[in-house]
Ligand binder design. Structure first.
Ligand code: ZN
Length: 540
């Protein structure tokens, strides 16, 4: 039974409505991490924590915990390309490749075939050429075409070819294409792409191929702007003076005007994210108000965390678990609220991650709010509980299900089911009460832990990449038992630098490398473990 001092249902509904309305108002412009709207939301949650009387548990004496991340790069106004007498227009006649360095390259063109330097395969495009100080013109294809069975597969990557040119002394690269079967490269700029050391552009279509003549003068200016941005988690402790700490978390950031991840097409529009995830923040705040009053809650302390940067790749929860503001060993379990505002007439509440502790079997014994509980086992999913699971904390995720407004500007406040949110709140309060006498929950690893967001691969390595890692390679944040990486002996913290013949320079290169394999294939893999190179073999 819950204590009598609990806020009345009517008061709780009013509070949650107020919180969702504010957080999903146009004033906050969709709360994209690193924007003023996100800061307004963070300040709002911090003020609410203050009203409840939580102890500030962010940086020093503040509720806010700042972290920085690489924002998506963008092209500035100063891009230009002139070859011979032709001034080419950005986008129309040429594109800047995502891995291009910013800056100026002025020199004379030198054609160097495909820019493939592989004497062992009988191809040495640079033999006899003096590349020093030149802008090289390279074809994007390969001597035997661009397909997974090309013997030059390891040399297909344009970034590696540009780096090779730079290594030989080139000051810029102009790629072009004379083969209609070879697709134009992608110009999509991503914070996850590593930059090479020289400007690199691509001549679009075939109208300008004739400019690729030896000694044609060329001036490339690449104006690509990269920014570090700061975002904020909001952290407050309900301190009962206990050793065990329960984390209750919800991300408060969303997609702004349509960040990567938006499913909206057409005119830019504010993505208010009422269900995703103003709803979760409102339930979290209600839990803070209620747990303060509940006698049955006193077996634990409660750490409330509103995460930022979730939509960009669990940045905030990743940051908190790597820079915890209290000892992570004290954590008992974690409850994540992400999208809890759309309970429908089926009364189905999803609880993900029940395989992370045997104790979660209790969720079936809680019968409150007439909810129909549907569970999944894996501790890895597309939300912040994953970061805690990866630190061996039993973690579950409450979720009222997806819908047609998911990641669209139409995820608005008037579609929220407040009564449903209240029922979820009461359910969680009952669950916490039920677990009150259980002491610290036992953690278990879950078997099926495939990240759902890699559908375009035929194979998987069975790892969780560290999306915040920005050194060279792909750092492993989690390894799934029984999957190829685990069978090959790879460990958390390993940095994958080579897969098959392909150098893994960053996340993008990793994904490219992965897409080259079929199920059942075996490939050598090289990782850096504690500074040393380790070679292994994976079977997909
Ligand atoms: Zn989302």
């Amino acid at each position: 039974m819950l204590s009598a001092q609990l806020q009345s249902d009517a008061d709780a509904l009013d509070q949650m409505r107020y919180d969702v309305k504010y957080l999903s108002s146009d004033l906050l412009e969709g709360r994209e991490a690193g924007t003023p709207g996100e800061k307004l939301a963070a300040d709002y949650v911090a003020a609410k924590f203050g009203n409840v009387g939580l102890m500030p548990y962010g940086d020093s004496a503040s509720y806010l915990q700042a972290f920085t991340f690489q924002a998506e790069p963008f092209l500035g106004p100063a891009n230009s390309l002139q070859i011979g007498r032709s001034q080419l227009k950005l986008e129309e006649a040429y594109g800047v490749l995502p891995f291009s360095a910013p800056g100026l390259a002025r020199g004379k063109l030198l054609k160097a075939g495909f820019g493939i330097d592989a004497p062992a395969l009988g191809r040495a495009d640079y033999s006899g050429l003096d590349v020093q100080g030149r802008v090289v013109a390279l074809l994007i294809g390969s001597p035997d075409g661009i397909h997974p069975h090309s013997k030059f597969l390891a040399h297909h990557d344009l970034q590696l070819r540009a780096e090779k040119a730079a290594e030989l002394g080139a000051i810029g690269v102009v790629f072009y294409n004379d083969d209609k079967d070879t697709e134009e490269p992608s110009f999509h700029l991503s914070a996850k792409t590593k930059t090479c050391s020289i400007p690199v552009v691509y001549l679009k279509g075939d109208r300008h191929i004739d400019l690729a003549i030896d000694n044609n003068p060329v001036v490339i200016n690449v104006d690509m702007q990269r920014q570090q941005r700061t975002a904020y988690n909001v952290v407050g402790l309900l301190d009962h003076g206990k050793d065990n700490v329960v984390v209750i978390g919800a991300h408060f950031d969303h997609l702004g005007w349509g960040d990567e991840g938006s499913l909206h097409r057409g005119e830019k529009a504010i993505h208010n994210g009422a269900d995703d995830n103003a709803s979760g923040v409102a339930v979290m705040l209600q839990l803070a108000r209620d747990l303060l009053e509940m006698d049955q809650s006193r077996a634990n302390d409660y750490l409330f965390i509103a995460f930022s940067g979730e939509e960009k790749g669990l940045f905030g929860s990743n940051h908190w678990t790597k820079h915890p503001t209290l000892p992570i060993e004290q954590l008992n379990y974690m409850i994540n609220l992400d999208m809890v505002g759309r309970l429908d007439t089926t009364n189905v509440i999803g609880i993900n991650g029940v395989g992370t502790s045997p104790t979660w079997a209790e969720v079936d014994r809680v019968l409150v709010g007439n909810l129909n509980v549907k569970t999944t086992s894996s501790g890895i999913g597309p939300s912040d509980h994953t970061s805690f699971y990866l630190k061996n904390v039993p973690a579950i995720h409450f979720f009222t299900g997806t819908h047609g407004d998911y990641h669209k500007p139409s995820d608005d406040e008037e579609k929220i089911n407040y009564d449903g949110m209240l029922r979820v709140t009461r359910y969680i309060e009952s669950l916490i009460t039920t677990l009150n006498d259980d002491g610290k929950l036992v953690f278990t690893r879950t078997a099926d832990a495939d990240t759902a967001n890699t559908p375009r691969f035929k194979v998987t390595l069975g790892v969780v990449p560290d999306y915040l890692y920005d050194g060279k390679g792909m750092r492993i944040d989690g390894v799934t038992d029984g999957k190829p990486a685990s069978k090959a002996g790879l460990q958390v913290g390993d940095i994958v630098v080579k897969l098959g013949d392909i150098e893994v320079t960053d996340m993008m290169a990793y994904m490219k490398a992965l897409s080259a394999f079929e199920k059942g294939a075996t490939a050598p893999i090289t990782v850096i473990r504690e500074g040393k190179e380790v070679n292994a073999e994976v079977t997909f």
